[in-house]
Design a binder for this molecule. Structure first.
Ligand code: ADP
Ligand code: MG
Length: 168
């Protein structure tokens, strides 16, 4: 399984890395984000959305579960924060009712707190875990490919080389 770990040293650097992910996104892609509150999931999502051609600002959709942004392709930004760790069958049904399969027929999904309902997502996805680093402005991003589509995406991201403010 391919992986990539990098450290960013500012919110802007996290957004810049997100942009390169967003540029690579195609219809049907799934990006699952993990990490505690304040780790930078929404910040990264802003960059992903911009890279996918979205011009509006991506806010956390905590209370609505999903926001759709119009870009080169639609970006569906989900936030499953309000589900607790052991999502109940009813909770999972509510996420299923969002129609993730339909979203993936037209666009790509970027999901915060995805670990709270992994069962509703396809088996192939790009996993990105965010964690605080040694200083207040450092974040460690760990990417893991689940499926060949995302293995090649990670290889392309590696080939793109380091950006300002992030090191691999
Ligand atoms: P989450 O969605 O994971 O709860 P947010 O993206 O909403 O996190 O918030 C991350 C916070 O951390 C923001 O206030 C942001 O300015 C700050 N921050 C500091 N350094 C970084 C960094 N390197 N990358 C991303 N966010 C950072
Ligand atoms: Mg968030």
């Amino acid at each position: 399984m391919s992986g990539l770990t990098l450290t960013t040293t500012s919110p802007e650097a996290t957004q810049a890395f997100g942009r390169s992910i967003g540029e690579a996104l195609e219809v049907g892609d799934v990006v699952l984000l993990g990490g505690t509150l304040g780790a930078g999931k929404t910040t990264l999502t802003q960059g992903i959305a911009w890279g996918a051609g979205v011009t509006e600002y991506a806010h956390s959709p905590t209370f609505v579960l999903v926001h759709e942004y119009a870009g080169r392709i639609p970006i569906y930004h989900l936030d499953l924060y309000r589900f607790d760790g052991a999502a109940s069958v009813d909770d999972l049904a509510e996420v299923e009712d969002l129609g993730i399969d339909e979203m993936l027929e037209t666009g790509a999904c970027v999901v915060e707190w995805a670990e709270r309902a992994t069962a509703v997502f396809p088996g192939d996805f790009l996993e990105i875990s965010l964690a605080e680093g040694d200083t207040l402005v450092e974040r460690v991003l760990t990417l893991a490919a689940h499926g060949t589509r995302y293995e090649s995406m990670i290889i392309r991201l590696k080939d793109a080389g380091p950006l300002d403010g992030r090191t691999t």
